[in-house]
Design a protein around this ligand. Structure first.
Ligand code: C2E
Ligand code: CA
Ligand code: CA
Ligand code: CA
Length: 279
């Protein structure tokens, strides 16, 4: 390794340079992505494990740049947060998701819910509550059909203020979910103070579920706790029929994952999910 030291340093520098270039370019492109209509939503169906029916979907943001191609939200959302673009982007997602779901209501599927991801700085922004109200007003979607997915860390960042906003949202009828549940570092004691409706068990506890005894124990405990706290429990990242059967046996309310449906374009959602199902 020693004799290659110089080469390695050079290689690394070039690579780093590429990453910086990519990053600067991404920032520049991202700011224009909305105006250029490069963003769209996909909808991942949410299954009620008891009734076997699809009750709605989670909206997932996509960005397709003409040259770079599809960029993962895991990559561009942190950038959008850093450059302060997340507010425009978040508002667009909220409005678009509510409008689309309202269209499906008008086709006769009136009970469909839509779950929208909210990033930490979007949630902490002073206009967030009004943004939600505005999206509901503009779309005419009933508030109880809108679920917002927040992470533990974004709720706890500014707990007093967060609780205030979450309570106002619930008074409006909007549901609040804890996303990626189980991956935060916080204690469970806050659960009794936070105004929430749903726990969404993180994918990392689900993907080995059928063969890992500790995952089963953890998931079982979360579901039991959810029932005790009168919360709905969702399992995300369900990839096999076996996992789904197990979750159903453990009395998990809802499930989402490739075993059920992948995220779908709006047209696909209509064709593959709505058509043929009763409204
Ligand atoms: P998330 O909220 O945990 O969303 C679930 C992710 O898992 C999605 O990735 C989804 O496509 C993927 N997934 C669904 N089912 C399965 C499965 O069975 N197996 C596996 N391996 N993966 C599955 P995606 O769409 O790439 O989104 C990644 C993350 O980006 C999301 O994680 C969420 O935190 C964030 N994100 C996506 N859309 C938005 C948005 O509109 N706003 C904000 N703030 N964040 C978003
Ligand atoms: Ca989510
Ligand atoms: Ca998430
Ligand atoms: Ca997750």
């Amino acid at each position: 390794a020693k004799q290659n030291g110089g080469n390695n340093v050079k290689l690394y520098a070039t690579k780093m340079n590429e990453q910086v270039m990519h990053r600067v370019e991404l920032e520049r492109y991202l700011r224009k992505a909305l105006d250029k209509n490069e963003c769209f939503l996909v909808y991942q169906p949410l299954l009620d494990l008891m009734s076997g029916k699809i009750i709605g979907s989670e909206a997932l943001l996509r960005w397709k740049h003409p040259k770079i191609g599809l960029v993962s939200p895991l990559e561009f959302i942190p950038i959008a947060e850093e450059i302060g673009f997340i507010h425009d982007l978040g508002r667009w997602v909220l409005t678009e998701a509510c409008m689309q779901t309202k269209k499906w209501h008008d086709l006769g599927f009136r009970s469909l819910i839509i779950s929208v991801n909210v990033s930490a700085s979007q949630f902490q922004h002073p206009t967030f509550f009004e943004d939600v109200q505005q999206a509901l007003k503009q779309s005419q979607l009933p508030a109880h059909c809108l679920h917002l997915e927040l992470t533990e860390s974004s709720m706890l960042r500014n707990m007093y203020y967060s609780i205030h906003v979450m309570k106002k949202l619930q008074q409006l009828g909007v549901h609040v979910s804890i996303d990626d549940f189980g991956t935060g570092y916080s204690s469970l004691s806050y659960l009794k103070d936070l105004p929430i409706n749903t726990l969404k068990i993180d994918r990392s506890f689900i993907y080995q579920l059928h063969k890992d005894r500790s995952d089963i124990a953890i998931v079982k405990s979360i579901i039991t706790m959810g029932h005790g706290l009168r919360l709905k429990v969702v399992a995300e990242g369900v990839e096999t029929a076996e996992q789904m059967k197990l979750l159903k046996r453990l009395k998990c309310h809802y499930a989402q994952g490739y075993a059920i449906f992948k995220p779908l374009l709006a047209e696909q959602f209509e064709q593959q999910v709505l058509q043929g199902s009763e409204s």
